[in-house]
Design a protein around this ligand. Sequence first.
Ligand code: I3S
Length: 139
Amino acid sequence: SAYVQDPNDKPSEKCGVLNVTKITEHGKKVRKNWTSSWTVLQGSSLLFAKGQGGGTSWVSDGNLYLSAVFGGSQSKPEFTVDLRGGSVEWASKDKSSKKHVIELKTRQGTELLIQSENDGLINDWFRTLQDTISTHAWE
Ligand code: I3S
């Protein structure tokens, strides 16, 4: 299945595969469940979809086509968080034994851990999330 990018849609500012787990939902602690997620930043929303996506993209006749990323059985984002009013920091050792872990807290009381073995990649995400939070003020 292919999806033609509507030129009026906001483009994704960043996407990639990250390991993600919620640790708190609506202010309540939840059990960790690390999952490899296709992660998309769009405006002040961060979207997560299960699996590696496995999608490819190509340009034809000036249109951007995306296959099987947000199309087909894995199409629906698993969950979305609003970054406005949130915060990011490097997670302390007691939050996870993994390396390169970002702790993201949202205004809605969700706390996520976001991780990658690739430190360049996770540093880019850290900066991007910080920039997004500081440029999208809470309305
Ligand atoms: O913070 P925790 O409880 O030590 O987190 C670990 C556990 O969630 C563990 O699963 P179970 O205890 O549910 O079987 C996970 O496999 C680990 O990955 C969790 O710790 P890390 O340090 O990897 O975030």
